[in-house]
Design a binder for this molecule. Structure first.
Ligand SMILES: [Zn+2]
Length: 489
């Protein structure tokens, strides 16, 4: 199923040959358990800052409780597990080494029972117990991905994929074999904890439908799709190997009538935020608004926001012809550090090419072109650092070819020069718009259909299809009288 691996620093990795907790055979993993936990906890802070923690203590406690129940049945029950619901509309879940597991509110809207939630969490626990992240860690080190997630560029070579690191890790996941192993382990932990392992197949089916529909609409809108990484090519109903590994878990069942917990789960997600909220920024017409940072800018014509790479602190943009990319990162400002000094430290460079300040800005700024080759860019990156109220803004722009760079560079500079705070009326409008939609659970009555529910919904587009997808009724199911149905208000 899922995977976004966020690797990071080589936190005191100690060489050694440890026993694999799952197989019990020696594992050529050069890392101790305490180093694993160290990587997890160091990056936990970054993840929380980047995505934001969903503000609902009851829901957090519920997810922690279900996760803990599964972890106690796992091959590494002594590890301290931390389950966190992130305030992100992305449909995702992932694990860091050492027992740090995340699930987005975005994916929670698509889940329909406690057993399905357990399937997602159990799968992530499987990645932790089988130490997939640790194994991937070495691969990531080799390819220079390490460090980018925490924004530490160790010179030209590592910063080559500043834009793509997160995206690539999300899309590549752990690969088919590790995903299947996690599905198998997750199913086992579920069975031992009293859930029906078949919920694994069920939830992957729901997410597969979401993926197919999302890919279609994203292509039509010329934007990146928000999908669950690691849902494999075939539909789970036709995926023999997945069915096999889940079927094997039946022998661990402790209950003849396993717990499903549909109504209980739906009660827990009543009033859940749905879709994008103001914090992540809003594009209205040709202006992009970031109310949290009191910042707005002219959005480049012929460009789109990349939702999968945009977060509380990052706005990621790409030209519609996919020839150029631009990323804006917003951080708290340490005023003692000048823009050029910051850039040197951030990129770990001894010297910077000659630069200048951004025209039209009254606050300190520095912009230059760094010679950086990468998988994406030709060989240049426009880097701009600006002080903006109490924030430091870092803009990085690249393009595929020198010709595309020359064109895009005008866009990079124009955007930097036209930043401004929000006007009072804009603030009100954006905040109202950004309060976001909420998920509610109703009892369907005779005559209800997704068409009629869609008409009453605040969803702006694809409302009927979205309601079917989140209710596991895609493509043509209808609500049955008396059934609990999720709607979006
Ligand atoms: Zn996975």
């Amino acid at each position: 199923m899922i995977h976004l691996l966020l690797t990071a620093v080589m936190a005191g990795a100690s060489a050694g040959c440890a026993m694999n907790p799952v197989s019990g055979t020696p594992d050529l993993v050069f890392m101790s358990e305490s180093s694993e936990v160290n990587i997890g906890s160091t990056n936990d802070a970054k993840i929380r800052e980047k995505y934001g923690v969903y503000d609902n203590p009851e829901l957090q406690a519920y997810v922690q409780q279900i996760g803990q129940k599964l972890a106690e049945q796992s091959h590494r029950k002594n590890l301290g597990y931390h389950f966190t619901v992130l305030d992100s509309p992305e449909v995702n879940a992932f694990a860091l080494p050492g027992g740090y597991i995340y699930i987005t509110r975005g994916i929670m809207a698509y889940i329909n029972s406690e057993a399905e939630l357990a399937a997602v969490l159990g799968h992530e626990i499987g990645h932790v117990t089988a130490r997939h992240g640790v194994r991937q860690h070495s691969a990531a080190t080799a390819t220079g991905m390490v460090g980018a997630i925490i924004g530490v560029a160790t010179g030209v070579r590592v910063s080559q994929d500043l834009f793509n690191v997160l995206g690539n890790a999300m899309l590549s996941g752990y690969g088919r074999e590790h995903e299947l192993e996690s599905d198998r382990l997750g199913a086992e932990y579920m069975a031992r904890a009293g859930y029906d392992p078949q919920a694994v197949i069920k939830v992957i089916g729901i997410l597969k439908n979401q993926e197919e529909y999302e890919k279609k609409t994203a292509a039509a809108e010329n934007r990146e799709a928000r999908i669950y990484h690691g849902v494999f090519a075939s539909h789970p109903s036709a995926d023999k190997r997945l069915q096999e590994v889940v079927g094997e878990a039946d022998r661990y069942k402790t209950l003849s009538a396993p717990y499903v917990g549909r109504e209980n789960y739906l009660k827990q997600i009543e009033n859940l935020s749905f879709g994008t909220v103001k914090k992540a920024g809003v594009l209205v017409g040709n202006r992009y608004y970031l109310p949290e940072s009191d910042l707005s800018f002219d959005f480049p014509k012929g460009w789109s926001v990349q939702p999968a790479l945009t977060s509380l602190t990052t706005v990621s943009m790409a030209s519609n012809d996919q020839q150029a990319r631009l990323q804006l990162d917003i951080h708290d400002l340490d005023k003692d550090v000048t823009p050029d000094e910051f850039l040197k430290r951030h990129m770990q460079l001894n010297d910077l090419p000659k630069g200048e300040s951004v025209k039209g800005l009254s606050q300190p700024s520095f912009t230059t072109i760094l010679p950086m080759a990468s998988g994406f860019s030709a060989n240049e990156t426009r880097v701009t650092v600006m002080h903006y109220n109490n924030k430091r803004l870092l803009l990085q722009g690249t393009a595929k070819t020198p010709g595309a760079f020359a064109t895009a560079d005008r866009v990079f500079l124009a955007l930097a020069g036209k930043l401004r705070p929000l006007k009072a009326e804009e603030k009100t409008a954006v905040e109202r718009r950004g309060q976001g939609q909420r998920l509610r659970v109703i009892r369907a009555v005779s005559g209800d259909s997704f068409a009629t529910l869609a008409k009453k919904s605040t969803l702006e587009k694809y409302s009927e299809e979205t309601l079917r997808l989140i209710n596991d009724k895609f493509p043509d199911g209808e609500p049955q009288a008396g059934e609990s149905i999720k709607i979006i208000e």
